[in-house]
Design a protein around this ligand. Sequence first.
Ligand code: SF4
Length: 324
Amino acid sequence: MKRRVFSGARPTGRQHLGNFLGAIQNYVNLQDEYDCVYCIVDVHALTSLEDTGGLQKNINEMVLDWLAAGLDPRKSILFVQSHIPEVMELHTLLSMITPLGWLLRVPTFKEKARLQPENINYGLVGYPVLMTADIVLYKGEFIPVGEDQLPHIELAREIARRFNNLFGYTFPEPEAKLTLFPLILGLDGKEKMSKQVGNDIDISLSDKETTERVMTAVTDPARRYRNDPGHPEICNIYRLQQYFNPFGLDNIGEQCRTAKIGCVDCKMLLAQEINSTLKPFRERRAALAEKPGYLVDVLADGAQRARAIAKETLKEVKQKMGLL
Ligand code: SF4
């Protein structure tokens, strides 16, 4: 029997290169070896989203990107978190066994509280409990994450362990499965690529739009004139070249150090490689966008399959806690 992978992603709409390299490609690669459960965690988005008007559009755009990138609904379960009410119930039950101190020390809570001091809501504190409920409801064993998510996984393990100690073995302790490319920096070369920061390149952009975005990227700040030798090791364009142009990397590095290539040409090269890598994805996406009914069917089928697992787990949990 295949072991289970679970992953949840917030509905951020059209996916960017960071999502593609750091998460989606990994999701696709895991499908054959594992029993994969992939969830769009729309309730999590409410902890910081003031305007929920774009939520459904964001979910649809994201699922389109996932499917076009190769997620196969015949192999994996793709669904939306709020379509499974059992997760809310499990969240409440797990919150009864989770000490508040564990939640208040989570680094991302402190960071979120700093970023939105006017909206430090209860859901923000309980975010890791809901995340644990997401994982253990489907008895997820491996969680593909970037390094920044490790404290959440550790907390999920602690909550699962505590439940097992109190009520008998029920949940596998989820293990982080670090992605191959854990951190993709944005066009500013400083922060993780993110829509919120505005330093991203959406994978569904046209060739022209992609090229324009690449041209805005910060490169080696010491290279002020075309004849200045560059330092590729500190340049984010060079880092991106390693994903999209791995065979040309040594050559570009050498040409940069000896000022034989300028940053504009180097960026053009990168944009061409990104566009040629994403060409099949973009064609599939355009075809899928013509069939909105298919998207609805995929999510309905995913919810049905996810709910069957969720109901079983919740029944077991309630029995063990003395509620049934
Ligand atoms: Fe970066 Fe390329 Fe410019 Fe060198 S030539 S600094 S690698 S963009």
